[in-house]
Design a protein around this ligand. Sequence first.
Ligand SMILES: Cc1ncc(COP(=O)(O)O)c(C=O)c1O
Length: 411
Amino acid sequence: MNLDIDFVRAQYPVFSNSGTARWAMFENAGGSYVPSQVVDRLHHFFQYTKVQPYGPFETSIEAGEQMEAGYRAMAGLLGCDPDELTLGPSTTMNFYVLAQAIRPLLKPGDEIIVTNQDHEANIGCWQRLAEFGAVVREWRIDPQTGELAIEDLKSLVNKRTRLVCFTLCSNIVGTMNDYKAVCDMAHAVGALAIGDGVSFAPHRVLDINASGLDLYLFSTYKTFGTHIGVMWGAPSVLDTLEPQGHYFNRDLPHYRLNPAGPLHAEIAALAGIQAYIDALYAHHFDDARLDFHARSARVFDLFAEHETVQANRILAAIRAIPGARIMGQKQAGISSRAATIAFTIAGMRSSDVVKRLVEKDIAVRNGHFYALRCLEALGIHDAADGIIRISLVHYNSVEDVDRLVEGLGRL
Ligand SMILES: Cc1ncc(COP(=O)(O)O)c(C=O)c1O
């Protein structure tokens, strides 16, 4: 069974508007488009229930119920209990708060492993803990390929390691790291495994309880939803963390690790992601007995197939450009490489390449994408010009990719 792209695109208002539909959108790793199921819920919340939720009167009760549906949708996607989720304004903010919540658990000399493949969100907050005596060690990429080797992690972990912080999928290299192997290695020395899923979640569904992760974070504004950061924690781990909300909210799920009030309308609209996935599920499959996590997994399997075929077309087109250097693996694979593709062309500025594609209504971008350490390690010295990044998701059509391949050919 193939993903019905016409049906998919019919869910997105942006593809039926003459002003916006002309763009072949390949900057999805920056932020994805939103289907009408999400837009409608956001609109409805602002239009009719924009009051303080969870109060005693009807509108307020309804606002609270809509928010609960948002929490349930994200929990269903991951296969966890809604109480295990904190929904903050972004993943960067959630990581920052998480680091503060973990800080009291660390003794001077305790070790934290970070990678230089990660987005800065999952590095800087841990580096700051060095001020309190933590020793931060760096698991480094291969400077040619940009990939992390699990053997290198083996030589970094020891009995003082308390945290292993890594990404499930790099927002530059596109490699999907073997998260189970990383978690096993962390647990073997009694450390927590903390995974950044921001570049993973738009492409694959994670079964959170089978993953081995202790904490997992991703951003819904890159996963077809509103601008929210989702943080999941295993209950046994959450119980040990220092609460970061108001002291009288210490025992309240959703609020314990949230120093701010949650974003009401944006959380309510997350239920639209579930409605969207369910619309795709109903269109492609007919087994109604599965739970939402299992339904999502089947829909995302269709996404993965489509993305992998199209990513390989793009990778082939880049390989054909003289002087092109692709970061990471040269071929996409369902479990090895996502459709997030970074490259440079010898003798051309990345900004000039981007300009020429943008002139053809192909939306791409260059820069370091907040993974500055990764670019430096790859030997890219002008980080502001950086790499050209092409990132596709399931709603990119074959025609979008045709246009991109043609544009790349003209370079
Ligand atoms: C891999 C990765 N991690 C973390 C982040 C930070 O997410 P947020 O913008 O929600 O803070 C990003 C954002 O681009 C990212 O790509």
